[in-house]
Design a protein. Structure first.
Length: 210
């Protein structure tokens, strides 16, 4: 059995939603594996690093691993430019672990928009019938504000009104959506996810883990 201890370095704490996705992907590709995820929380450091190079250095030092996922949202930039930024920063690490880039076309929330049932369940209305304005796989990567779309879908799905709606914590519910999805195979219809799976498969093969 392969012991995969990975660390996720992300743009922000909200991007921890990627961990269930990465777990699923690793367990799908490397079926004979024990996956141990870590999110690189660097906020507790006296002087938290802000630039990518120093964040990677601190992550490797504080969260030892044999596989490092580096997340950057492409947002308005070309995903290949983001990838080049990551690989340039990695070159400064003396003995880096295996590296795989995680670069959604817009942002992480894009990968949570394709499971309506998980959104309804996270919002507390698994059998709700209120129509949700969710994209199909062919449009998901074209949406400029996937976080806004997800949060609005959670609000609509909750069927809350008044004060209850005002108190709805979409930020927490976003993580619940990720936890509730047990099959992310539909994401293979998205270009950024296919690239992630290809890169990860290649790295796991290079390491002899598959």
């Amino acid at each position: 059995m392969t012991d995969i201890r990975y660390t996720l370095v992300s743009d922000g704490s909200s991007d921890r939603v990627l961990i269930p996705i990465l777990n699923w992907l690793l367990e799908t590709i490397c079926t004979d594996s024990a996956v141990q995820p870590q999110w690189a929380d660097l906020g507790w450091l006296r002087n938290p690093p802000r630039d990518l190079r120093n964040r990677l250095h601190c992550a490797v030092e504080c969260y030892p691993c044999n596989l490092l996922f580096v997340h950057r949202d492409a947002e308005a930039q070309n995903p290949e430019e983001r990838r080049a930024e990551v690989m340039a920063a990695v070159l400064s690490i003396p003995t880096p672990p295996a590296i795989v880039c995680v670069i959604p076309v817009r942002m992480s929330e894009t990968w949570l928009l394709l499971n309506e049932r998980a959104i309804r369940t996270a919002a507390g209305r698994p059998s709700g019938r209120v129509q949700l304005q969710l994209p199909g796989p062919e449009r998901a990567e074209l949406i400029p504000d996937p976080k806004g779309v997800l949060f609005q879908a959670l609000r609509d799905a909750s069927e809350c009104t008044g004060r209850r709606l005002d108190n709805l914590n979409e930020h927490a519910l976003r993580h619940r959506v990720a936890e509730l999805i047990d099959d992310y195979s539909i994401l293979r219809r998205l270009s950024a996810f296919r690239r992630l799976e290809e890169d990860l498969t290649g790295e796991l093969s290079r390491l002899g883990w598959i």
